[in-house]
Design a protein around this ligand. Structure first.
Ligand code: GLP
Length: 259
């Protein structure tokens, strides 16, 4: 695991964009996209590079991590809509090749299995962008999630519903259920890039990187993955015991070591 500590949220965006650009240059075919506020700086930077520097994501497939259950088609907070507005429409990804689980499916359990199989068939995901919830969740794998889980229906914690109420207006409008890639599904990706900004992520980030591997902190499963890059701003990194070493290792990176 490499931990990259940078000054500001905008800097996290540049590092994540570098990792994506490097993957694309190396022939990546499949990207894993996250919603939430954490990756927004990276999406803005990738869009800028597309506009100004000729970065192209054409021909890539992309898969979302998760989706709310029961939001009507076209609801502005459905993750399918959010990722289009925040990213896909600003680059040259083909919207028809950006897939997410269908939270309006009649048989939600079957839809979760179908989506997991679709990722397997198109995959592996070359680079998966991840955020982290204040309680250590990734995707919508809340504390207690099996570390080897596959895509399935989950129930959100009340803490996550409160966190996400800011996007909906009122907590009562936040769906109780979601379909989320499992931790095992996410772990099938070749390279996991987790980005975190802000002091409200510091405790969860420290638990994920330096705490025990435990279903109580779902993001700690990243410690079992062979290729992980964590990109944190100073505020999110304040509780990392080994921050000094992470900075030292990054400053002395060999020129042939990419992300
Ligand atoms: C959300 C998403 C996650 C995201 C996390 C953190 O609910 N399902 O994919 O990483 O919670 O959200 P944010 O980046 O807005 O802090």
């Amino acid at each position: 695991m490499e931990v990259v500590i940078v000054a500001t949220p905008a800097d996290t965006g540049r590092v994540v964009a570098d990792a994506v650009q490097q993957a694309v240059a190396a022939g990546a075919r499949v990207l894993g996209l996250a919603t939430g506020s954490s990756p927004l700086a990276a999406y803005r930077e990738l869009a800028r590079r597309h506009r100004k520097e000729g970065l192209s994501l054409a021909g890539l497939d992309a898969f979302l991590l998760d989706e709310y259950v029961g939001l009507p088609a076209g609801h502005p907070q459905s993750y399918a809509r959010v990722i289009r507005a925040e990213f896909v429409d600003s680059v040259d990804l083909d919207p028809a090749r950006v897939q997410g689980p269908d939270g309006t499916a009649g048989d939600l359990l079957a839809e979760a299995r179908r989506y997991d199989a679709a990722i397997r068939a198109a995959g592996p995901v070359d680079l998966q962008i991840l955020g982290i919830g204040g309680n250590g969740h990734v995707g919508f794998n809340e504390p207690g999630s099996s570390l080897t889980s596959r895509t399935r229906v989950k129930t959100l914690t009340e803490a996550t519903r409160r966190d996400n109420a800011r996007f909906f207006g009122d907590v009562s409008d936040v769906p109780r259920h979601v379909i989320t890639q499992g931790l095992g599904t996410i772990g099938d990706a070749r390279h996991l890039v987790l980005t975190a900004s802000g002091a409200h992520k510091a405790t969860a980030l420290a638990a994920a990187i330096e705490g025990p591997v435990s279903a109580s902190c779902p993001a700690s499963v990243l410690q079992l993955h062979p290729h992980v890059t964590v990109v944190a701003d100073e505020a999110a990194a304040t509780r990392l015991r080994s921050a000094g070493h992470y900075r030292y290792a990054f400053a002395h990176k060999l020129s042939q070591q990419g992300y």
